[in-house]
Design a protein around this ligand. Structure first.
Ligand SMILES: Cc1cc2nc3c(=O)[nH]c(=O)nc-3n(C[C@H](O)[C@H](O)[C@H](O)COP(=O)(O)OP(=O)(O)OC[C@H]3O[C@@H](n4cnc5c(N)ncnc54)[C@H](O)[C@@H]3O)c2cc1C
Length: 484
């Protein structure tokens, strides 16, 4: 075989057939086995110009962004060959997401300006064309049109009515199969370069088998999530990477009595993160929402939001700092003092542990914690509580300070902040500003959202826009070919 480039086209479930035919011409694409490795980047066979209706899009990564983008490209340009290369199993994060239910998107943000505010990285850039082209409403319509019934919960999170991520996974895989998107799993794209004739040369490896293939692609969509290999490909093609750091995690708290509160939830608290070396109090390091006490610290939406907005600062401070919590955010401190004074007058003969002002809405376990921190024994009668103690309780409930000693270690990192800077791509096409016909979508970009379906929405929007742009380029190429 004198042909020095390998190209392949395989449909879902065709891996065995692929093995059998490797090294032979198949569907117009040639496969190259390791012992036939004659490839050099300088040896791109310009003479073997293919018809544009044989153009190939390679998608690196079979996650939400990659599969959605692949389906979209094939929908816009049915003649374009689309190959998704996935190193593990396709859509594995979709499957485990949302506790197995998959929080597909968020249904409470019809205004794109409001929607963009849910992205600690990307909030300025995503205010424009990005969500206008494919926002949450479009995502919901897409899934509904393809047979996945969705429901919006009170807090805005959108889930399949089935309460099973399998509905989303099955829908995407069957659409990909229906559109004849090809998928290769268990293979890693380990390097990428742009050839002199504007194509991409990709090295594909299956490490366990010492297996190497080279693939030539006309379009490349990197949708590799937060994998280091994906970042490397972006760098090889001329991009920079904003250092990746974890986002969306729980906080470890230094307080031995916290374990006794494990499982206690607060429907609404205001939390303020104070970190050493962070000079000014950033607006977003104050968050309002529900909080949960765990065996090692604090979790819940308010903490995850803080961790997202403070991801970089927390990383730089070694996850050490102070967390100040207002446990009674709807009452002013002066009103709290008044409530406590009246309570004392009314319940003089009652033990403090057995009667907490109902206006505070606190559970007994937590009330005990507050009394302990104040040094008040539970069997003290209200009558003997000094006014100073009353004011001090009010102050503690409004400004309860905890020492943050680290981040949760229990695989509760949901996303990565960092990746390809948005300034290096056109957000209305997702095409690279550095390298024509190279596209990015999903978490590989320096975009991450808070919890609530925003991270998948970034993947769907980016995948859709990239797929549309690539599809249109491929259609244009076919038309030009026809005219010529
Ligand atoms: C436990 C968990 C639960 C989550 N729940 C939700 C939720 O309910 N709602 C929400 O909005 N977000 C959720 N997220 C976040 C969401 O899963 C991600 O933001 C989203 O999956 C990003 O999609 P992606 O396609 O960009 O990346 P990924 O889903 O990470 O897909 C990238 C794919 O590329 C593959 N890959 C990487 N490099 C290569 C390479 N070189 N060659 C071949 N393949 C490669 C990877 O194996 C991976 O399959 C959750 C995340 C986790 C971890």
């Amino acid at each position: 075989m004198s042909f020095t480039l390998a190209r392949y086209l395989l449909h879902f479930g065709d891996s065995l057939k692929a093995a059998a035919i490797r090294g032979r011409n198949y569907n117009g694409f040639l496969l190259l086995t390791p012992n036939e490795r004659k490839f050099t980047t300088n040896a791109v066979p310009v003479a073997q110009k293919r018809k544009s209706n044989e153009e190939l899009l390679v998608v690196v990564g079979g996650g939400a962004a990659g599969v959605y983008g692949a389906i979209r490209a094939k929908t816009v340009a049915p003649n374009l060959n689309v190959l998704v290369i996935e190193k593990g199993k396709p859509l594995s994060k979709v499957r485990i997401s949302g506790g197995g239910r998959c929080n597909v998107t968020n249904g409470h943000c019809p205004d794109n300006m409001v929607l963009a505010e849910h992205y600690p990285r990307g909030n300025k850039e995503l205010r424009g064309a990005f969500f206008n082209m494919h926002g949450p409403v479009d995502t919901m319509s897409w899934f509904a049109d393809h047979g996945v019934q969705l429901k919006t919960e009170d807090d805005g999170r959108v889930f399949p009515v089935s309460n099973s991520s399998a509905s989303v996974v099955d829908c995407l895989l069957s659409q990909a199969s229906y559109r004849a998107v090809s998928l290769q799993t268990g293979k890693v794209v380990t390097s990428a370069s742009a050839s002199a004739v504007g194509k991409f040369i990709l090295k594909v490896e299956k490490r366990t088998l010492n297996f190497v293939e080279y693939v030539e692609a006309d379009y490349l969509l990197i949708a590799s999530g937060s994998s280091k290999q994906g970042y490397n490909l972006a760098v090889q093609l001329g991009h920079s990477i904003v250092d990746p750091v974890p986002s969306l995690f729980t906080l470890k708290i230094e307080d031995s009595q916290i374990t006794e509160l494990a499982g206690v939830t607060f429907p609404k608290v205001i939390t303020k993160l104070k970190l050493e070396h962070v000079e000014r109090n950033r607006l977003h390091l104050t968050q309002v929402g529900p909080m949960l006490v765990t065996h090692w610290g604090f979790s819940g939406p308010v903490i995850l939001r803080l961790s997202a907005w403070g991801a970089r600062e927390l990383f730089s401070s070694g996850y050490k700092g102070k967390l100040v919590v207002d446990f009674v955010p709807d009452l002013h401190i002066e009103d709290m003092k008044l409530i406590l004074s009246r309570h004392k007058e009314r319940f003089v003969k009652q033990k403090v542990l057995n009667s907490c002002p109902t206006e505070f809405g606190l559970v007994k376990r937590f009330w005990k914690y507050i009394l302990d921190r104040e040094g008040l024994l539970g069997n003290t009668l209200w009558a003997s509580v000094s006014n100073n103690s009353l004011f001090s309780i009010a102050h503690l409930l409004k400004h309860c300070t905890f020492g943050v000693t680290g981040k949760g270690q229990f695989k509760d990192e949901f996303v990565t902040a960092g990746g390809v800077p948005l300034s290096e791509i056109y957000l209305n096409t997702m095409e690279s500003r550095k390298c024509p016909h190279l596209f990015f979508a999903g978490e590989v970009l320096n975009v991450d959202g808070v919890t609530g379906g925003f991270n998948f929405q970034n993947a769907w929007s980016g995948g859709f826009i990239a797929g549309t742009s690539i599809g249109r380029l491929a259609v244009d190429a076919t038309l030009k070919e026809g005219v010529a």
